[in-house]
Write a protein that binds this ligand. Structure first.
Ligand code: PMT
Length: 403
């Protein structure tokens, strides 16, 4: 995800320094080359050796260290950064940067960098709400510095409130956003994911093996590219993705209502959910008791949400999925034309590594002009990026058509 990216991480003095260790682990695991600068007070909480061991790079602590300056000076460090993160960032360091003070290795390097700067503050609640701190933060935001707001909770100083360093996984997500091309800014992307669940009685239901992974990957990828995203999700075991409005539904009927309410406000709609085609004609109020040897369950058709969206889609880009075990292209093409779609992602779910409940997928993309693109086995995150590339291209084409 961050393969080959150069990240300079500034660590300042506060109890949350130990969480910066976890952040470094996440960044390096994602392929980033991390260079740590610690302020003198940060070294009081965690030794530089911890960061040096995890990053396999020397840790910078002193501006006037002659050897370190000769090997890689603060300007070289500032220049090599694709992204500069400061986590945890104290009120002191934020105040210094806002005031243009550059009196140590960290503040000098951050002042000299042309990379995006992402600041994750951590401090006492009263410092956090202090109008001087607020002004400093606002000033830096105006200058394009990005912030990952601290969260509320029990603080190390004994106070309760806003000021805890955000979860390292969320700082990491914001770092990925900061490093992603923002080509979907202004787009409002509606994604469906997961299975639907059709109740037979209070105990039993009809559903399918969809884990939601494909749809969640698309939603996350769209947000990273700057889109506003709404995710309508059937029951899954996945955590709500950070920064995305997630609407939880159960049945196809509920999913239909949640989607139709939001179509008008969307510019791109991607329907990755595995919606049950049928549901029980009636739901028994009590548990159905075992009696005869056989039992017949009467089913009725669920609304076809994709087809309904296709009828009202206007100039929105509409992407459907198809999960097939035979005649993949023929069946997917019928969906493309029959439901008025712009693109179909056809999964051959019979192939190992494709379709339901795995981290990878194999698909064919069917375009309206008859083109069929083969997507070999790849991670669902990677496939999500390609699907969004095509959707972004279709949006651009549509906009050119309007001119
Ligand atoms: O969730 P994962 O474990 O990651 O698995 C991913 C996936 C295999 C579920 C996904 O990639 C996928 O293929 N989703 C569509 C599965 C499906 O229901 O296919 P379908 O051929 O039955 O439906 C075609 C399209 O119509 C889909 O976009 C579906 O969302 C939509 N549909 C179907 C029925 C219905 N009543 N309403 C719909 O909107």
């Amino acid at each position: 995800m961050l393969n080959g990216k150069q990240i300079v991480l500034g660590v300042t003095g506060g109890i949350a320094v130990y969480k910066a260790v976890e952040l470094v682990r996440l960044l390096t695991k994602a392929g980033a080359d991390v260079h740590v600068i610690m302020t003198r007070s940060a070294t009081e909480f965690v030794g530089p050796l911890t960061f040096q061991t995890l990053t396999a790079n020397p840790v910078h602590t002193e501006i006037f260290n002659l050897i370190a300056e000769r090997e890689i000076g603060h300007i070289a460090l500032a220049d090599r950064a694709d992204l500069f993160i400061i986590a945890p960032a104290t009120a002191n360091v934020i105040g210094k940067i806002a005031g243009g003070i550059a009196d140590d290795m960290l503040t000098t390097t951050v002042m000299a960098t042309r990379a995006s700067v992402l600041i994750a503050p951590a401090m006492n609640v009263n410092m956090c709400t202090n109008p001087i701190y607020r002004e400093n933060e606002e000033k830096l935001r105006r200058h394009g510095y990005r912030f990952v707001a601290p969260v509320k909770g029990m603080l190390a100083c004994g106070w309760e409130g806003e000021g805890k360093l955000q979860d390292p996984a969320i700082i990491m997500e914001e770092a990925v956003c900061a490093l992603t091309r923002q080509d979907l800014v202004g787009e409002r992307v509606l994604v469906t994911a997961g299975p639907t669940l059709e109740e037979i009685d209070p105990v039993r239901f009809i559903s399918n093996h969809s884990s939601g992974k494909m749809g969640y990957s698309i939603a996350r990828a769209a947000r990273r590219r700057g889109a506003e995203v709404v995710l309508v999700a059937g029951p899954t075991c996945l955590d709500d993705p950070w920064g995305i409005e997630t609407v939880h539904v159960c049945s196809a009927a509920e999913m239909r209502d949640a989607v139709m309410e939001r179509v008008a406000a969307s510019t791109v709609i991607v329907k990755a959910a595995a919606v049950a085609d049928y549901c029980p004609k009636s739901r028994a109020a009590g548990k159905i008791k075992k009696s005869a040897d056989a039992m017949v369950l009467e089913l009725e058709k669920n609304p076809d949400i994709l087809a309904e969206v296709g009828r009202v889609k206007g100039d929105r880009v509409l992407v459907g999925f198809a999960a097939e075990t035979s005649d993949l292209v023929e069946n997917a093409r019928k969906k493309l034309t029959g439901k008025n779609l712009d693109l179909v992602v056809a999964n051959d779910i019979g192939q190992p590594g494709a379709g339901f409940n795995v981290d990878t997928n194999i698909a064919k993309l069917l375009h309206r002009d008859g083109r069929v693109e083969e997507l070999p086995l790849m991670g669902k995150d990677e496939m999500a990026t390609i699907i969004l590339d095509r959707a972004a291209g279709l949006r651009k084409q549509g906009m050119r058509g309007e001119e």
